[in-house]
Design a protein around this ligand. Structure first.
Ligand SMILES: [Zn+2]
Length: 317
């Protein structure tokens, strides 16, 4: 018989499989939503809006106007963007990326549908990426772990949210080289709120300094590297992600997170190299997946275990 801890883990695991299915949608759609917003903003900035000075005049002086040809093009582009159908996490319903056939609810059961359909679309038999069931299984395992360790409590729910957001950032950065602000800030705020409510076990001051030094530390490294080499080694999304991890684990863990992320980078780099993904050396691989991976390693191993692995990474904490 399963004890109550086991039942919690089973419940968490099933919930995690369902959430994992949703994360697949998030990972695909959030970047597209972000790109659409950027395009919309860029177009809007070129167009004249009544009473509001155009960006053109703010940059080139009060008497400068957006060149007519550019404004005309922007207006035409705005019509195209406005005519696009709604695109968010709910709409449109999931479709096969190959033939466009709608995915029925019974074809959307995590993992099981994939096995039942033998990894192919029910209509056109195009291959469905193995990544979908893998993301569902990993999310299920992470949620089961959170429920096992913390029970069905607010603390368990909070760490499950931590895991879910990191899974998203890991994959989105791998796909696009971006770490969307919407997810980074959700992670940061949840970490600070969790500390303020005493749910993550990190003193609030340590969470705040973790966020501050996480951001500043990478910011300094970034600018030092840029001045020394003229290259950009990472992006501002990385600073925000380390800030968020600092809020969750506390300022004392920052050096450890960076060390673990190098380890994750070495492992992940080897796997991608073996899988032939890095055949072209000019494909940039960003720092975000390593940071997100380090956060997940800290969750799975437990912060105290990380402290035992690399005691020298805690000079102050
Ligand atoms: Zn299809």
């Amino acid at each position: 018989m399963l004890g109550s801890q086991g039942l919690d883990a089973v419940f968490g695991g099933v919930l995690g499989l369902l959430v994992g299915s949703f994360l697949n949608v998030v990972v695909y759609r959030v970047p597209v939503m972000m790109y659409r917003q950027w395009l919309n903003d860029a177009i809007g900035n070129l167009m004249k809006v009544d009473g509001v000075p155009s960006l053109w005049s703010l940059v080139f002086g009060p008497n400068a106007n957006t060149p007519p040809a550019l404004e005309k093009a922007a207006t035409a582009a705005a019509e195209q963007v406005d005519a696009l159908p709604a695109f968010n996490l709910m709409r449109p319903a999931s479709r096969c990326g190959h033939c466009g056939a709608p995915v029925r609810f019974y074809q959307n059961v995590p993992v099981i549908s994939y096995l039942f359909l033998r990894g192919r679309c029910a209509s056109c038999k195009a291959r469905i990426s193995l990544r979908y069931p893998v993301v569902e299984l990993v999310t299920g395992a992470l949620f089961a772990l959170c429920a096992w360790r913390f029970g069905l409590t607010m603390t368990g729910a909070l760490w499950a949210a931590f895991a879910a957001l990191l899974v998203c950032q890991f994959l989105i950065d791998l796909d696009t080289q971006y770490l969307p602000d919407s997810l980074n800030y959700a992670l940061l705020w949840l970490g600070l709120i969790g500390a303020a409510l005493g749910l993550t076990g990190v003193p609030l001051a340590s969470a705040i300094w973790g966020a501050v030094f996480g951001y500043l530390g990478l910011w300094l490294i970034y600018h030092a590297y840029r001045l020394a080499t003229g290259k950009q080694g990472m992006g501002y999304g990385d600073f925000k992600l380390l800030a968020a991890l600092g809020a969750w684990l506390g300022s004392g863990y920052l050096i450890a997170i960076v060390l673990v992320s190098s380890l994750v980078g070495a492992v992940l780099g080897s796997i991608l190299l073996l899988a032939g993904k890095l055949a072209h050396k000019d494909i940039p691989i960003s720092f975000g997946p390593f940071l997100a991976g380090a956060g997940l390693v800290c969750l799975v191993a437990g912060p105290d275990t990380v402290r035992q692995w690399i005691p020298f990474a805690f000079p102050l904490g």
